[in-house]
Ligand binder design. Structure first.
Ligand SMILES: C[S@@+](CC[C@H](N)C(=O)[O-])C[C@H]1O[C@@H](n2cnc3c(N)ncnc32)[C@H](O)[C@@H]1O
Length: 265
């Protein structure tokens, strides 16, 4: 079940008119399907990090790739990896379900990648919109969604800073493993809050400096790649100044999972 009726222009936010394979806005913008996926990118992305994910979809969900990532971020302290990686994934899935309580709700999975968490959220949600910048990650997500026969997911290519949805559309937003990559975190939080219903819930997994993983050399290397490591206080402040409250978090290594609520205007 594709749902193409609820899109807004990522630039001016007016409702888009969908005719066949074309989305048109009164402001003059038009958008097309790319590999059967609505493509709402308006800027070209030239950062090294933005194209990195086009090269990883084939092995992104493998134990060997994820164990390297989790090891690097200090959240895979115990062996064997083939046991621990699924445990971490299911603890993130459980955390998401507990925080978002997606039963019968409209959920946005922001920076969905290959849709690992989109697929688990869709088992309970009414509908999940899954957004990513990388068309290659989205293509892989499309295959996996088809394999699992999941019908309540709409894949969308867009930038988290310019979401193609009307105000107040979602009961809940998940954003797993991506906030550290966003270029302008304030602008992104403004967009996330805009598309959320009042008192909707945001669930995020990202990485902090406070964790067990503290090697300066690694941090310098990653910061050159435009990866931002947060401090817990910084996250709290960013959320507060962008209209989110009820911040709660848990840390494992450098991995932080937090939840917060969109304040009433
Ligand atoms: C580490 S992956 C996480 C994927 C998925 N959430 C998961 O946990 O398996 C990070 C994803 O963020 C996406 N991404 C990075 N910057 C983005 C942006 N500005 N807007 C949308 N997606 C973005 C990347 O393309 C990539 O697929």
């Amino acid at each position: 079940m594709k749902n193409y009726n609820d899109f807004s222009c990522p630039t001016c936010k007016q409702r888009l008119e969908c005719s066949g394979e074309l989305f048109k806005c009164d402001c003059g913008n038009t958008f097309k399907l790319l590999d059967d996926i609505p493509d709402f990118l308006v800027d070209s992305h030239t950062r090294e990090m933005d194209s990195y994910f086009d090269n990883v979809p084939e092995y992104y969900e493998s134990v060997s790739y994820l164990s390297r990532i989790y090891n690097f971020f200090g959240c895979l302290p115990t062996q064997p990896e083939d046991l621990m990686v699924p445990i971490i994934i299911s603890s993130i899935q459980d955390g998401l379900n507990r925080i978002l309580n997606p039963n019968s709700k409209l959920i946005l999975d922001l920076a969905c990648g290959t849709g690992m968490y989109t697929r688990s959220l869709s088992k309970e949600a009414y509908h999940v919109w899954a957004v990513d910048l990388s068309i290659e990650m989205l293509k892989k997500a499309k295959l996996k969604i088809k394999e699992d026969n999941l019908e309540n997911i709409t894949l969308v290519r867009a930038d988290a800073e310019r979401l193609p949805f009307p105000d107040g559309q979602f009961h809940g937003v998940s954003c797993i493993g991506a906030m550290q990559l966003f270029r302008d975190i304030d602008a992104t939080l403004v967009e996330i809050k805009r598309v959320m219903k009042e008192r909707g819930t945001l669930a995020v997994m990202t990485y902090v400096k406070e964790g067990v993983w503290k090697e300066e050399e690694h941090q310098e290397y990653l910061e050159k790649l435009d990866i931002h490591f947060f401090e817990v206080k910084e996250i709290e402040k960013l959320l507060e100044q962008n209209g989110f409250g009820k911040f709660q978090y848990r840390i494992n290594g450098s991995m932080i999972m937090f939840s917060c609520t969109a304040n009433k205007e």
